[in-house]
Design a protein around this ligand. Structure first.
Ligand code: NIG
Ligand code: FE
Length: 415
């Protein structure tokens, strides 16, 4: 049995003796901590924690690794519930196009955007995609991410979508991060199907989903429900086919327009609805009546210079809120969760407590993992961040751009 004890923790953050699966509204401002604390880990599971004056008597010191973190803090690793981190190439050329005045939509209309990524991914080998994605996982681990959801959606052919999902399956096996896979075959309409979209949708339903179900290649089904991408009707049809194949919906809605995708997500019991930059009062009202997790992606707003989702309003209306990166080559070339927390505090007016809840326990919920991750709780996985010496946990979003993470503990390993 492998045992680790971390002692002299300046503050142990997000301690929940009896955690709820998610926090909403005012609960998001509650963040329980223990000052001058220790936490014990056995075979990667949290088996004890407490105050230093109550430090446990340990008989078998030989079998034990003791980490003394004087001045440093410990918190659950971030759960990043929305990424597209398997991709073939970056897209700085579109970044420059936008600096020169084109919009994201205009770039997409002239064959850039998602279709640009798909062309490149179709020509890239599975092995190459796997190696590049492994490097990105190491990078996000170094900024404190311990669990991550990864979407397909840059394949857009039967072969390339399955290739992406097989890469994600290999990542699940090879990485110490906890990974969930989402099938996003409906990310864009491939150019060759522009005039007969239903033929491509039939490929999703009849050629992709059966293989995904048979080989267990995905946990979730996603659709980019947006003007110029997938209509609400198409979104609903694809979600329902995904549900029939054993997948749970988690969908892209309300990024640029409010067209009813959010309500389609609610009707089909989506686990989360993601983006939400453009929301009507009715949208907020409908979401408040549901159990669906609103997930917002502030680094996408930052990078594309589009409005931020009304996160403050959602919390004030007693809704839950989840923060994620959207790491992808087009709208968010960064998987840095501390930066997402900074943006959420600075531009969405979340408090540090709310931002931490949104990126730990609520992130875990949005990946179906809140019974095993997202808080310091007996029996949960010890996916932990050990910070550098910092004055307070509010320093994490405050000191934007500086790396406050010293070590990350995942699967009983220390990185
Ligand atoms: O979540 N909105 C749709 N998909 C991605 C961006 C995809 C891309 O531009 O490559 C997003 O922002
Ligand atoms: Fe996305």
């Amino acid at each position: 049995m492998q045992k680790i004890i971390i002692k002299n923790i300046k503050e142990l953050i997000q301690v929940e003796d009896n955690p709820q699966p998610k926090k909403r509204g005012k609960e998001m401002a509650e963040l329980r901590t223990i000052k001058d604390a220790w936490v014990a880990i056995e075979d990667g599971i949290i088996v004890g924690y407490g105050e230093m004056f109550d430090f446990p008597e340990i008989l078998d010191w030989n079998a034990l690794e003791v980490i003394d973190v004087e001045g440093q803090m410990v918190m659950p690793a971030f759960c990043d519930s929305h990424t597209h981190l398997v991709f073939a190439a970056s897209r700085e050329e579109e970044f420059v196009d936008r600096i020169n005045g084109l919009t994201y939509e205009e770039i997409a209309k002239k064959g850039g955007g998602i279709l640009n990524s798909a062309r490149k991914l179709q020509m890239t080998s599975e092995e190459h995609l796997f190696q590049d994605a492994m490097k990105r996982l190491e990078e996000i681990r170094s900024t404190g991410t311990g669990a991550v959801e990864i979407k397909s959606g840059y394949g857009l052919t039967v072969e390339a979508e399955l290739k992406m999902l097989r890469v994600i399956k290999r990542l699940k096996e090879a990485s110490d991060l906890t990974i969930k896979a989402t099938f996003l075959g409906a990310h864009a309409i491939p150019a060759e199907y522009k005039e007969n979209r239903s033929v491509y949708i039939d490929l999703i339903l009849n050629e992709m989903l059966p293989v995904i179900e048979k080989e267990g290649l995905a946990d979730y089904i996603d659709v980019f429900c947006e003007s110029n991408y997938y209509t609400v009707e198409e979104t609903e049809k694809i979600m329902q086919a995904g549900i029939a194949a054993g997948l749970i919906p988690k969908i892209h809605v309300n990024q640029f327009t409010s067209i009813g995708g959010l309500q389609a997500g609610i009707r089909n019991n989506a686990l989360s609805v993601d983006h939400l930059e453009v929301m009507t009062d009715q949208d907020i009202e409908d979401l408040g009546q549901s159990d669906v997790m609103p997930t917002v992606l502030p680094s996408c707003s930052f990078f594309l210079s589009i409005p931020y989702a009304p996160a403050r309003k959602l919390i004030d209306k007693a809704l839950p809120l989840c923060l994620a990166t959207d790491f992808n080559p087009g709208s968010t070339p960064s998987g840095n969760m501390p930066f997402v927390l900074s943006l959420a505090c600075i531009n969405m007016k979340l408090t540090p407590e709310e931002a931490i809840n949104a990126s730990t326990i609520n992130g875990a919920y949005a990946m179906g993992l809140s019974d095993e991750l997202g808080s310091i709780t007996l029996g949960k996985k010890a996916n932990l961040i050990i910070t550098k010496p910092i004055p307070s946990y509010a320093y994490i979003p405050y000191a934007f751009g500086s790396n406050v993470i010293d070590q990350v503990v995942l699967n009983g390993k220390i990185f």
